[in-house]
Design a protein around this ligand. Structure first.
Ligand SMILES: CC(C)(COP(=O)(O)OP(=O)(O)OC[C@H]1O[C@@H](n2cnc3c(N)ncnc32)[C@H](O)[C@@H]1OP(=O)(O)O)[C@@H](O)C(=O)NCCC(=O)NCCS
Length: 264
């Protein structure tokens, strides 16, 4: 029965959580119209992610690009604050869901979340003259002494995820999957920012811009990818006996910079 046929009070209740994503009723599970029985075994996880957030199935080329971005960001070891925080949470006795949420909560504008800002920047650039647009935007960040989102890395002189992702985007331009408009802009920004290279957030944002992903979805996709690493590290930490593992080994104490010792 469609909700239009329900009595007014029931209809108000049914419409309370109205959604265009999932159609769930006894014996029925459909997403954007497709029954789960057909989706299982027919679509890959990246295709499923795309269907859920975009409402249509991607082409094989689009799905391949999304998959590459999801693979790229899964983990960066306990060097990454998000991973370390999850492991500390496990050592403090938190359950795996709370531990993963602890790591996810560290993904913001500076760590892991810069893709959203990078996408906003790319979407705002005038593609008719990439070099001029890039020169202008880099100059405006530099004038504000601000970091250009999606570029630079505190750890890698050149982020090893940059080259394969950009190569994948170039291949996708060659096979007609994407236009290359945002790839050209992103590379122009990199040239203008030389010697600071694009990082994983910038390279994935470039691909997301080519795929027309809304900026706010970019951070969510990063969270989705990084959650795989968070889960793996949470599980590994669960196997270890250490309890209340702090950010530093016990013999190392943080440098104290306050008043010299004194007494009342
Ligand atoms: C990641 C980040 C914090 C590393 O910064 P950092 O530790 O200062 O990096 P470095 O020490 O290697 O910086 C070297 C120089 O490049 C500059 N630089 C680095 N990243 C830059 C960026 N994104 N935009 C402009 N300049 C940048 C630094 O200001 C520094 O300049 P200086 O020598 O004149 O002081 C920084 O690059 C950043 O905030 N990037 C944007 C956010 C982002 O994309 N985060 C996701 C990382 S995966």
């Amino acid at each position: 029965m469609s909700t239009d046929e329900l009595a007014p009070g029931r209809k108000e209740g049914a419409d309370w959580w109205a959604t265009a994503i999932s159609d769930i009723r006894p014996g029925v599970i459909r997403f954007h119209g497709y029954p789960i029985e057909e989706l299982i075994g027919a679509v890959s996880f990246p295709q499923m992610v795309w269907l859920m957030v975009r409402g249509e199935l991607p082409t094989p080329g689009e799905a391949r690009l999304l998959e590459q971005t999801l693979v790229a960001a899964v983990d960066h070891g306990p060097q990454a604050p998000s991973i370390a925080a999850t492991r500390m949470a496990v050592s403090c006795g938190l359950a795996v869901n709370n531990a993963i949420a602890t790591g996810v909560n560290l993904l913001g504008d500076v760590h892991g979340g810069a893709g959203q800002q990078c996408l906003e920047m790319l979407y705002g650039l005038d593609a008719s003259d990439p070099a001029a647009a890039a020169g202008e935007v880099v100059a405006s960040y530099k004038a504000r002494k601000a970091y250009v989102p999606g570029f630079g890395h505190r750890f890698h002189p050149r982020d090893p995820r940059r080259d394969p992702l950009i190569a994948a985007a170039q291949q996708a331009v060659a096979d007609g999957t994407i236009s290359g408009r945002y790839l050209e802009l992103a590379l122009a920004v990199e040239t203008a920012l030389d010697p600071v290279p694009m990082n994983v957030d910038g390279a994935t944002a470039t691909i997301y811009a080519e795929l027309g992903v809304p900026a706010e979805l970019a951070r969510g996709l990063f969270v989705l990818s990084r959650s795989v690493g968070l889960l793996a590290h949470a599980h590994e930490q669960q196997q270890q006996p250490t309890r209340i593992k702090g950010p530093l080994p016990k013999p190392v104490t943080p440098t104290y910079t306050g008043h010299p010792p004194r007494s009342l």
